[in-house]
Write a protein that binds this ligand. Structure first.
Ligand SMILES: Nc1ncnc2c1ncn2[C@@H]1O[C@H](COP(=O)(O)OP(=O)(O)OP(=O)(O)O)[C@@H](O)[C@H]1O
Ligand SMILES: [Mg+2]
Length: 210
């Protein structure tokens, strides 16, 4: 019998360091001969990448929050059924850049439909399936904005108001207080310190040695 892989997700506002830390974690796990794949949401299957394009192409589409949730869950179900569950069953770890918590926060908490609507759709499509562990990279929106300015990037933060990013942050705070699955890591520290904390958490939770 093969061991079940672990399903790890990374969450947090734009620019908090998710992709950076996922890259480091993937390399660390591989260097320890732990089989691992990384995926992103929405995406990482043919169908889900198409749905990602449909969601990102905002020219004239104007999906409301409910429609966005339905599209996101079509993409999520495809990824879970075709990639995540089969990998975990073969003992492969899966690291995912955003997952259901992003939908709870971005479509649920920041908009009128609320988190419970998204939870209902989650139950209807995926039952209780979810990550074994989630890292919330906790970067206050004001800090995220400074980071974006340093990068001189116009693609994130400047599209939406600071009030929106504050609401996103508040949503993540609520979820992380509610759930033991979510481990909060202060993200306003060096990349190296953050990655060390991530490794330490994995060692403690899953009794593995790095
Ligand atoms: N701990 C850190 N301290 C300072 N800068 C960082 C840190 N971690 C990442 N960065 C830098 O901040 C920027 C955003 O990082 P990254 O792309 O990993 O964030 P992200 O959460 O994946 O963003 P997005 O939500 O836009 O995908 C990058 O330029 C990255 O090099
Ligand atoms: Mg990223």
């Amino acid at each position: 019998m093969t061991n079940q892989g672990r399903f790890i997700t990374f969450e947090g506002g734009e620019g908090c360091g998710k992709t950076t830390q996922i890259q480091i974690l993937e390399e660390s796990l591989k260097s320890k001969n732990i089989p691992v794949i990384k995926v992103r949401e929405p995406g990482s299957t043919v169908g889900s990448e198409l749905l990602r394009k449909i969601l990102k192409d905002t020219e004239g589409t104007d999906w409301d929050a409910v429609s966005q949730v339905l599209i996101l869950y079509a993409a999520r179900r495809d990824l879970v059924q075709k990639v995540i569950k089969p990998a975990l069953g073969q003992g492969i770890w899966v690291i995912c850049d955003r997952f259901a918590d992003s939908t709870f926060v971005y479509q649920g908490h920041t908009q009128e439909i609320g988190i419970d609507f998204v939870r209902t759709i989650h139950q209807a499509t995926l039952k209780d399936f979810g990550p074994d562990l989630t890292f919330f990279l906790d970067l206050p929106p004001e800090e995220g904005m400074k980071r974006a300015r340093r990068r001189n990037s116009k693609d994130f933060f400047e599209e939406k108001s600071l009030a929106f990013h504050r609401k996103v942050y508040e949503g993540y705070k609520i979820l992380s207080h509610e759930s033991k699955r979510i481990v909060t890591i202060p993200a306003n520290q060096s990349i190296k310190l953050i990655s060390e904390k991530i490794m330490k958490t994995l060692q403690e939770k899953f009794y593995i040695s790095f």
